[in-house]
Every structure is written in structure tokens, then in C-alpha cells.
Ligand binder design. Structure first.
Ligand SMILES: C[S@@+](CC[C@H](N)C(=O)[O-])C[C@H]1O[C@@H](n2cnc3c(N)ncnc32)[C@H](O)[C@@H]1O
Length: 329
């Protein structure tokens, strides 16, 4: 019923939404891409903003920076966020795209919520340990992620946000303009396909002898096989108890192997829209998690958490996206 009321309320908003999408698209194509700022970073950020406005997963920092980000500067913030918020508020709808943790098995509509929940759980568990405390948080390919800005104060973590310079600069400016405290965050420029993120981190105050949580969310698919493996090899040099959270498309999806032919084409085309390219997919193996276990073992790591989008027992919902947590034991 709430979903129906929400849909009815959306009808008068359709012209506004069309205008919003037009502004958004113009900004992606004419502003974001020409400046080499990540366009794909807008997708998970947009999904987290929707969860925030629905009140299902609060992310105050994400909402505060929105109007200072090129994509959501007004009138886009009003059209795409505030108008939707009003429809959600009146209807009380919190389902589908707006649900958190959302339904399982998840699907293409609810996968971002599932991914956020997987990462939130992994980080919460690592940060609430009673021994071998995590002392540093590194976000590789940070994009518009805002996890560094709502950490419990008692954690006292040093945070490092690593990304390519154009994306990092826009993010940093938005954080400053929004007045969000960021003294504990160091912004580190690098290109994973060109040089070692560890070298960049080491010159920015990162301590390789401290137990570290590395968040590598929504990035592996844009990297080469070599960059993925060298990242895990570098992670494995960190102290025992360090944890890395990473998501992977499956190799079958990336290559368009059956039954993913259509979805693979759509995914490649969708990413090409942002002038970016999907490159890496993880082999699944017989048990779906087998490929992730092998990759972890290859680097002396243990696969400690594994979830997937889709349902491996349903031929119509064959998994194509997996979420992993690997640890240095
Ligand atoms: C899809 S976004 C994910 C952003 C963020 N982790 C999140 O989940 O919201 C991918 C991010 O990885 C960064 N990235 C992609 N390739 C990279 C590379 N070769 N070197 C450094 N950063 C890269 C992009 O700039 C972008 O911010």
C-alpha cells in the first residue's frame, strides 16, 4: 500500500525527475568526464543518499556534501533528493531500492544496499574487537564514500582516502565547504594501474606496522588483473589482524559467459557511459566462493566473509556479483 502511495506521489514529480536526469546527464558528460572525475563514483553515492533520505541508513556526511558536489549542486539536489524525500515521507515507503539491509537474495535493484550492509557489518565487527585493535582505515578508490566522517569518536582512527587526483580534489573541496571535520583524514593521490598505492600511502604518514582495515569497495572491476593481485599482495604485508573488504564482479559476468550475455552487455555499456571500463572479474569456481578463497589463499589470506547478489539455487537469478572480506591471520 505504501509503495502504491509512493508511486502515485511520484507521478506529478515525473517532469521534475526528467529535468533532474537531464541536468545530471549534462553534468556527467560535460563537466565530470572532461575533468577526469569519476562518474561511476556517483552510482553508489546516489544509492547511499537514497537510503539516507528514506531514513533506512543514516549518512549525514553524504547528505551534507551533496550540494557541494558538482553532480548534486542545486537544482539537482532539490529535484532528485528533496522531492523524493517528500514523497517518501508522505507515503512512509521504505521498500525496494530504499530498503536497508534489504531483501535477500538481493538483485540489481537492491544490490547497493546489500553491498553497503556487507561493508558496514565487516567494518563494525573489525572496529569493535576487544584485542588487536584496528588503528588505521584506508579507503582505496574512495570516490564519494563518507565512512571516515561518521566513525565513533572513541575509535581515534587515522583515515586515508586514496583515489585519483581529480576525484579526490572535488571530494576534499566538498568536505571543506560542508564544514565536516576532517583532521583525521589524509587524502592520498594515486593511480592503482600505474603505481603502488602503498608507496603513495607511505609518503603520507601511513604506518605499515599498524593493524589496518582496508575498504576496497566498488573498485576491483575497473582494474587490471595485475593491479588486483598486486593490491592483495601489498595488503598481505600488513600486520596480522588486518582486514580488507572488497567486492568483485564474477568473471562469467565480465566476459559475458552464459547465462550473463545480456546483462554483461548492459553492464559494459552502462560503465562506458561514464567513459570507464570494466576489466576484472573473479572466477567463481564450483561453489561460487571457491574463486575468492583461491585468490585469498594465493596471497596468504583467509576468506572470512562472503555474500553474493543473486541466488545460486535459482537458474533465473544466477549470481554475478560477490562481496568478500579477507583477513591476514
Ligand atoms: C565506483 S567508484 C567507488 C567509490 C567508492 N568506493 C564507493 O563505493 O562509493 C570507483 C572509484 O575508484 C576509483 N578508481 C578507479 N580506478 C582507479 C585507479 N586506477 N586508481 C585510483 N583510483 C581508481 C575511481 O576514481 C572511483 O572513485
Amino acid at each position: 500500500m505504501r509503495g502504491l502511495i509512493f508511486s502515485i506521489l511520484l507521478i506529478p514529480l515525473i517532469p521534475l525527475w526528467i529535468l533532474g536526469v537531464a541536468i545530471f546527464t549534462w553534468r556527467i558528460r560535460r563537466v565530470i568526464i572532461p575533468q577526469n572525475i569519476s562518474g561511476t563514483a556517483a552510482e553508489p553515492y546516489g544509492a547511499r543518499l537514497m537510503l539516507h533520505i528514506a531514513g533506512t541508513r543514516i549518512d549525514n556526511a553524504a547528505y551534507k556534501i551533496a550540494e557541494h558536489m558538482l553532480l548534486y549542486a542545486q537544482p539537482a539536489k532539490f529535484i532528485m533528493l528533496q522531492a523524493t524525500w517528500l514523497a517518501l515521507k508522505i507515503s512512509g515507503y521504505k521498500g525496494s531500492f530504499f530498503a536497508y539491509p534489504g531483501p535477500r537474495p538481493s538483485n540489481v535493484v537492491t544490490m547497493m544496499s546489500h553491498r553497503s550492509h556487507f561493508v558496514d557489518r565487516s567494518m563494525n565487527e573489525a572496529f569493535s574487537r576487544t584485542e588487536n585493535f584496528v588503528e588505521q582505515l584506508v579507503i582505496l578508490g574512495a570516490g564519494w564514500d563518507t565512512r571516515c566522517y561518521d566513525l565513533p569518536k572513541e575509535l581515534n582512527l587515522n583515515c586515508f582516502e586514496v583515489d585519483m587526483a581529480p576525484t579526490l580534489n572535488v571530494k576534499k573541496q566538498a568536505i571543506e565547504k560542508a564544514g565536516i571535520p576532517h583532521d583525521h583524514v589524509t587524502f592520498v593521490e594515486t593511480d592503482f594501474n600505474q603505481k603502488s598505492w602503498m608507496d603513495a600511502l607511505l609518503t603520507s604518514g601511513f604506518d605499515p606496522n599498524k593493524t589496518t582495515y582496508i575498504l576496497w569497495e566498488g573498485v576491483t572491476m575497473y582494474l587490471t588483473d595485475e593491479a588486483v593481485n598486486s593490491t592483495l599482495a601489498l595488503f598481505s604485508t600488513l600486520p596480522q589482524g588486518s582486514v580488507i573488504g572488497a567486492d568483485f564482479f564474477t568473471e562469467d559476468m565480465v566476459k559475458g559467459n552464459p547465462p550473463h550475455e545480456t546483462w554483461s552487455k548492459r553492464a559494459h555499456a552502462g560503465i562506458k557511459y561514464y567513459s570507464e571500463k570494466i576489466m576484472f572479474g573473479i572466477p567463481t569456481g564450483g561453489s561460487l566462493s571457491e574463486g575468492s578463497e583461491k585468490l585469498a589463499t594465493k596471497h596468504g589470506l583467509t576468506l572470512t566473509k562472503f555474500e553474493n547478489v543473486g541466488d545460486k539455487d535459482d537458474k533465473k537469478k544466477v549470481p554475478w556479483y560477490v562481496f568478500t572480506e579477507m583477513a591476514k591471520k
